[in-house]
Every structure is written in structure tokens, then in C-alpha cells.
Design a protein around this ligand. Structure first.
Ligand SMILES: NC(=O)C1=CN([C@@H]2O[C@H](COP(=O)(O)OP(=O)(O)OC[C@H]3O[C@@H](n4cnc5c(N)ncnc54)[C@H](O)[C@@H]3O)[C@@H](O)[C@H]2O)C=CC1
Ligand SMILES: NCC(=O)COP(=O)(O)O
Length: 328
């Protein structure tokens, strides 16, 4: 049996607390597994009126009845929705630390994280580009061996470079990095989704995949050699393709994941097609970690209009991936 899923509330001033409360309220209709929250109780109570049950350990979830089980992260101030503070960012980071530890120890079956603000985290001294790399470090995994997979009902994408300024992408894009992300994508599809021989379509970087070198040489010098290396390892990788023609309905049926060269190349098609159900799955970890594809949405926090469906999909996907791994 899979242990309950640990769900961090994310930044207390963001939409995390209210969408997680709503996920709990509608857990049966949404088909969600057993889960518990980790975060600040007052911030949750400010935006969600349902019952909360404080627990010390995931094994206590069964004592809570209809109340949302919560491992509380104490905070010395009430954070107002839409108004992020440094204390709130500290609380989000503490929740992430606790929930990662519980998942690593096996007390939680998987980890689904609520949205945090990278700018706020950096302001309290967080040195990682995102939660992905922090969790990787806590699990002893080198950042280059991690990958971010965006998962929607009809599309999965993996960005090769992630939180990197667009101007820096060409020099960060190396054959080794593409091979490493391609391997992680192939292994992740097998391990988390049970796909035996995954098909990986590889995007080009430049318009028209470089037009035979006329519009850039990365496809010839960097990407094609990476595809050849992946193929030599027995991975069904192919391309590079023009990114503008890779994501229409027919094209999506020809692969299990698209390996994309930079953040927006991977996230724009996913969010355009599946904003309300998109999940970010971290590949390369010994634990399962997911998150909704959206951010803190400070502009609508506390207004009761944020959709909880991507968060629900993150919790459901975390459980399903953990179940696949358990069968393996
Ligand atoms: N998984 C995570 O922790 C992520 C965190 N972020 C962080 O979030 C912060 C804000 O980033 P943005 O680029 O503004 O992205 P965002 O996703 O927070 O907001 C973009 C737009 O989408 C809307 N939106 C987002 N979530 C929604 C929901 N559940 N229901 C309805 N509308 C929703 C917002 O109101 C806004 O108009 C940044 O600090 C960023 O670092 C961004 C993406 C993922
Ligand atoms: N755009 C995706 C994103 O920002 C996810 O970042 P994180 O999960 O590493 O915090």
C-alpha cells in the first residue's frame, strides 16, 4: 500500500493553501488518494473554512476523519493573500524541507509541492534555481542528472535547459546535457508511467530546426550528435524537428515525450493545451515529486477564483507514479 502523499502548501500568500483546501473538500469527486498538508495553519484558515486536524506524523492521517490532516509549520505572522513576505517564504521552505524528509524516509508515499515564489525564496538566501534542485540536493542527486517533465493528458515535455535566461541557452546547450536529459526522460517514462520502449521526439533550437545550418548550427553541431548517442544506447530518440510543428494533434501521437531545448519551448505548448491539469514531475529522484504547472498567482490569491485542478492532478499523478514504481 502507498503511504499518504505529502502536499506542501507553498507560499502562504499564494493560491497554494486555498487550492489544497479545495482539493481536500472534493477529494472523492476528484479521485484523490490519501494525503496530508504541510504548512502554516493560520494562512490556510484565512482562505479555506474547512476543518483542519493537526498531526505529527503521516501515520496519523486516519485519526482525522473529515478534517484535512496538517503537519503544521509554525509562523510568527499572519500572511495576507497576495502579499508575500520573507517570513512566508521561510515557512514555504520549512514545509518543503519537512515534506521532502518525510518522503525520503518512506513515511510519505510521494511529494506534491504547492507553488512557491523563486524571487521570495532567493530573498531569504535560497541558492537553488527552484524546488526541483533543492529536492535533488536533499536526495543526493546532482542537478544535471535531474529533469523536469511537464505532464498533461495529451502531451509530455522535458526542457533541456530550465531556469536559464534565453540569451544564455545556446552556450548552456551541450551534447552531454541533451543526452543526460534524454536518458532521464526515457527512464522516467518507463519508471513512472510503465512505458516499455519510450519514443522521444527531439526539438531543434532554431527556426526550421536550423534550416540545414542557414539559421543556426546547434542542430548540426550539438543536437544531432546527442540524438545519435541516445540511439546508440538503445533509446528511441529522433529529430531534431522544427518546434513549431511538433505539438499539433497528429504529431503528438508519434511520441511519448518531446525533449525541448529551453523552458518556454516545453511549457508554452503544455500550458496552452493543459493549463488546468498540467503537472510538473521531477525525474531522476529516488522519490516521486510532482507540482502543478502554475505558479503562486499572487494576483488572484484569496479571491476564491483559482482553479484547483492542476493541484489535484499533481496529487493524483504523484500517487499513480508511486504505484507504478511499487509494481516495478
Ligand atoms: N511549481 C511552482 O512552484 C512554480 C512557481 N512559479 C512561481 O510563481 C511566481 C509567479 O509566476 P508567474 O509566471 O506569474 O506564473 P503564475 O502561474 O503564478 O501566474 C500566471 C497567470 O496564470 C494565472 N493562474 C496561475 N495559477 C492559476 C490557477 N490555479 N487558477 C487560475 N489562474 C491561475 C495567474 O492569475 C496569472 O494571471 C513566480 O515567482 C514563479 O517563480 C511559477 C511556476 C511554477
Ligand atoms: N516553470 C516551472 C517551474 O518554475 C517549476 O519550478 P520548481 O518546481 O523547480 O520550483
Amino acid at each position: 500500500m502507498i503511504q499518504p502523499i505529502a502536499v506542501t502548501l507553498g507560499d502562504p500568500a499564494g493560491v497554494g493553501p486555498e487550492i489544497i483546501g479545495r482539493c481536500w473538500e472534493q477529494r472523492e469527486a476528484l479521485g484523490l488518494p490519501r494525503f496530508f498538508g504541510v504548512g502554516n495553519r493560520d494562512s490556510l484558515a484565512g482562505v479555506w473554512k474547512g476543518p483542519v486536524c493537526q498531526i505529527e506524523h503521516p501515520d496519523d492521517v486516519h485519526t482525522c476523519g473529515d478534517a484535512l490532516p496538517l503537519i503544521e509549520v509554525a509562523d510568527s505572522e499572519i500572511v495576507e493573500p497576495g502579499k508575500p513576505t520573507l517570513i512566508g517564504a521561510r515557512c514555504a521552505l520549512d514545509a518543503l524541507e519537512i515534506a521532502t524528509g518525510l518522503t525520503r524516509s518512506g513515511a510519505a508515499g510521494a511529494l506534491a509541492t504547492g507553488p512557491v515564489s523563486k524571487a521570495q525564496l532567493q530573498a531569504i538566501g535560497f541558492t537553488h534555481p527552484g524546488q526541483t534542485e533543492f529536492i535533488g540536493e536533499r536526495c543526493g542527486v546532482f542537478a544535471a542528472n535531474l529533469a523536469m517533465m511537464l505532464v498533461g493528458p495529451t502531451l509530455r515535455t522535458v526542457p533541456v535547459t530550465i531556469h536559464v535566461a534565453l540569451a544564455d541557452v545556446p552556450q548552456r546547450l551541450t551534447t552531454d546535457l541533451i543526452v543526460s536529459r534524454g536518458r532521464a526522460a526515457a527512464k522516467g517514462l518507463t519508471r513512472n508511467f510503465g512505458i516499455k520502449n519510450p519514443r522521444i521526439a527531439v526539438a531543434g533550437l532554431n527556426p526550421h530546426a536550423g534550416e540545414s545550418g542557414l539559421l543556426g548550427r546547434e542542430e548540426i553541431d550539438v543536437i544531432a550528435p546527442a540524438i545519435a548517442e541516445l540511439q546508440a544506447e538503445g533509446i528511441d530518440a529522433f529529430g531534431p524537428f522544427s518546434a513549431d510543428a511538433m505539438f499539433h494533434e497528429q504529431a503528438r501521437k508519434t511520441y511519448d515525450a518531446a525533449l525541448c531545448m529551453y523552458h518556454d519551448q516545453a511549457l508554452v505548448p503544455l500550458k496552452t493545451l493543459h493549463f488546468d491539469e498540467g503537472v510538473n514531475l521531477t525525474l531522476g529522484l529516488p522519490i516521486v515529486r510532482t507540482a502543478p504547472d502554475h505558479g503562486t498567482a499572487f494576483n488572484i490569491a484569496g479571491k476564491g477564483i483559482a482553479s484547483h485542478h492542476a493541484m489535484a492532478a499533481a496529487i493524483r499523478t504523484a500517487y499513480e507514479c508511486a504505484a507504478h514504481r511499487a509494481i516495478d
